[in-house]
Write a protein that binds this ligand. Structure first.
Ligand code: URA
Length: 212
């Protein structure tokens, strides 16, 4: 597993505004989209392409287009939904699947409550969207879910990650013979006793959509 922490002043600027408890939901949603677009630029560095030729007004030129099957973008509900628009802005031809995962606040264990994904993901590059890699339980389950359906290349885009979650993901994915990459805006300090990332930004779902 590879983890890329994107070091860029615009990324740091937007993360700081997201962390600020005074940032309201509409602003939080807009910043999340903008930040994901920046992260997506790095996250798609390995996206598969095929060679094409075009004719410019001047001459023939060699180029590339996205290969088939198209990449699959998978937001993990609910908070991952807030990242979708920022991702498809950069990859408008990608297909989108949905995975609903819930974390038990007591046990911190994740369970799947909804899914809308192709049965066969053979040969698919998948981009998982999950804002907070906290304990790593949700992301690890989501990755296994996609791999069991045949995905052979997985990139997770997370706004923030915690060292504990990264370590757990590393352990749980040991022996998985497909490349997994995590792209994030920041590696934070730690998790608190409630499983929140510190300093973090609070509950990403609540900050995006309110407490429901
Ligand atoms: N999920 C969140 O939304 N925030 C955290 O800090 C951890 C998990």
């Amino acid at each position: 597993m590879q983890i890329f922490v994107i070091d860029h002043p615009l990324v740091a600027h937007k993360v700081t505004a997201l962390r600020d408890e005074r940032t309201d939901s509409p602003t939080f949603r807009r910043l999340t989209e903008e930040l994901v677009t920046l992260l997506a630029y790095e996250a798609t560095r390995e996206v598969r392409t095929e060679t094409v030729h075009v004719t410019t007004p001047v001459a023939r030129a060699d180029g590339v287009k996205l290969a088939s099957p198209k990449p699959l973008v998978v937001p993990i509900l609910r908070a991952g939904l807030g990242m979708l628009e920022g991702m498809v802005r950069l990859l408008p031809t990608a297909e989108v699947g949905f995975l609903g995962m819930l974390r038990d606040e007591e046990t911190l264990l994740a369970s799947t409550y909804a899914e809308r994904l192709p049965q066969d993901l053979s040969g698919r590059q998948c981009y998982l969207l999950d804002p907070m890699l906290a304990t790593g339980g949700t992301l690890s389950d989501a990755i296994r879910f996609l791999v069991d359906r045949g995905a052979d290349h997985i990139t997770a885009i997370c706004l923030l990650v915690a060292p504990e979650g990264c370590a757990r993901l590393e352990r749980e994915l040991e022996g998985l013979h497909i490349p997994v990459t995590v792209v994030t805006a920041a590696m934070d300090e730690k998790l608190n006793e409630k499983g929140y990332i510190v300093p973090g930004l609070g509950d990403a779902g609540d900050r995006l959509y309110g407490v429901v």
